[in-house]
Design a protein around this ligand. Structure first.
Ligand code: SF4
Length: 326
C-alpha cells in the first residue's frame, strides 16, 4: 500500500478509503531513534538555523522514508509549509495541497475535501465507510481522554501519545485500536494520585522535548488536558465529515481555539496552563492573546531542538506547580 506523507492532521478518511497509508511525518520525526540528526541533515541540505526544528525534522523524515507524495496543508497550519513544499518538490516529491478556509466556510472546506477525493479517486460512499470505521477507533481515544480527566487513571504522557497518534493512527487503525484497548483494560482501578495533585493543561503544538509529562508528574502535577492532541482525535458529535473538519479547531485561528480551551479548562477543573511555544514559530505571537484571554495562570515554555527539559525550564515548572499548590 502506498505511503502518503502528511504534514499535519488532514481528512485521513480519504487516504484510507483509497487504500493508501497516511504517514504523519511529525510523528516519524519525533519518534525516530535520532531526531536531532534529522534536524542537522536538513541544515546540511541548506535549511537556515533560524527555522523551526519541526519543519527541518519532517523535511528529512520524508526523504528518509522514501515518501513520494505528501499532502501539505497550505492554509491553516504553518507559515513555513510553502517553502517546505518547494524543497520537497526539488527533491522529487509530489505535493498534494490542502487548505483549511480561514473563515471555516462549509462550502469552501467541502470543495477542498472534494478535490482531495478527486486526487485519490474515491467517492463519498467510500469515504463515509472509512469514516465509520475510524469513528470506532476514535471512540477509544475519546475514552482514554475521559479516563484521564474524569477518573484520573491515565498519565498525561499516555493521553498525549494516544491522542496525537490520531492524526494517522500510526498507519494501522486496527493495531492502534488493539493497543488502546489494552491500555484501557490494564489501567489501575484507583486514581493515579491523591486530592493534592495539581491539574494542568497543555496548549499549543505538541512538545519537542520528550520528558515534560513525566517531569510534571514527578512534581505532583499531571496534564489532564492536551489541547491540540485532543483536537487530532476529532472529539465531535457529527456524522458529517465536512462538519467534523469544520469543528476541528487547530487550523482556524486562536480565538476559535480559545473557545474550546476555555470550555475544557472549566470542565476538567484545570488549575494552571502550560502554553508551549516552539522556537521560530509564528504561533509564539499568539501567546499574548492566550495570556490576555485566559483567567488561569499561564506558564509559557519554549523548546527548540528535540531534547530533554533543561535545568532552567525545570526550575520554572517547579515554581509554577508550587505556586498553584499554595
Ligand atoms: S511549530 Fe510552528 S513553525 Fe514549527 S511546524 Fe509547527 S506551526 Fe510550523
Amino acid at each position: 500500500m502506498e505511503k502518503i506523507g502528511i504534514t499535519t492532521t488532514v481528512p485521513v478518511e480519504i487516504i484510507y478509503a483509497a487504500g493508501c497509508v497516511p504517514v504523519d511525518l511529525n510523528n516519524v520525526f519525533i519518534t525516530s531513534a535520532c531526531p536531532g540528526q534529522l534536524v542537522e541533515e536538513a541544515e546540511l541540505a541548506g535549511y537556515p538555523r533560524n527555522v523551526c526544528a519541526w519543519i527541518k525534522g519532517i523535511y528529512s523524515a520524508a526523504l528518509h522514508m522514501g515518501i513520494k507524495k505528501v499532502v501539505a496543508v497550505t492554509q491553516g497550519d504553518c507559515s513555513n509549509t510553502h517553502a517546505l513544499m518547494e524543497t520537497w518538490q526539488l527533491a522529487g516529491i509530489e505535493i498534494i495541497p490542502f487548505a483549511y478556509p480561514f473563515d471555516r466556510d462549509y462550502d469552501m472546506l467541502k470543495l477542498q475535501i472534494q478535490k482531495l477525493m478527486d486526487f485519490f479517486a474515491v467517492d463519498w460512499l467510500q469515504v463515509q465507510r472509512s469514516w465509520s470505521e475510524l469513528q470506532e477507533v476514535r471512540r477509544l481515544a475519546h475514552r482514554i481522554d475521559e479516563l484521564t480527566w474524569r477518573e484520573n487513571r491515565v498519565h498525561g504522557k499516555d493521553n498525549h501519545l494516544y491522542l496525537v497518534n490520531c492524526s494517522d493512527f500510526n498507519g494501522d487503525p486496527g493495531e492502534y485500536a488493539e493497543r488502546a484497548s489494552r491500555l484501557i483494560a490494564g489501567l489501575p482501578a484507583d486514581p493515579l494520585a491523591g486530592a493534592d495533585e495539581v491539574r494542568l493543561a497543555y496548549i499549543g503544538v505538541p512538545p519537542i522535548m520528550d520528558d515534560l509529562y513525566d517531569y510534571v508528574e514527578s512534581r505532583g502535577a499531571r496534564v489532564v488536558f492536551n489541547e491540540t492532541q485532543r483536537q487530532f482525535s476529532m472529539p465531535f458529535q457529527t456524522a458529517d465529515l465536512v462538519e467534523q473538519y469544520r469543528l476541528y479547531t487547530y487550523p482556524y485561528g486562536i480565538f476559535y481555539r480559545l473557545q474550546d480551551i476555555q470550555e475544557q479548562l472549566a470542565l476538567r477543573r484545570v488549575q494552571g496552563v502550560i502554553h508551549y511555544a516552539q522556537s521560530f514559530c509564528y504561533r509564539q505571537i499568539e501567546d499574548m492573546i492566550v495570556r490576555a484571554r485566559l483567567s488561569l495562570p499561564v506558564l509559557t515554555l519554549e523548546g527548540d531542538r528535540p531534547n530533554k527539559l533543561d535545568a532552567r525550564t525545570k526550575m520554572r515548572l517547579d515554581a509554577f506547580i508550587e505556586m498553584l499548590r499554595a
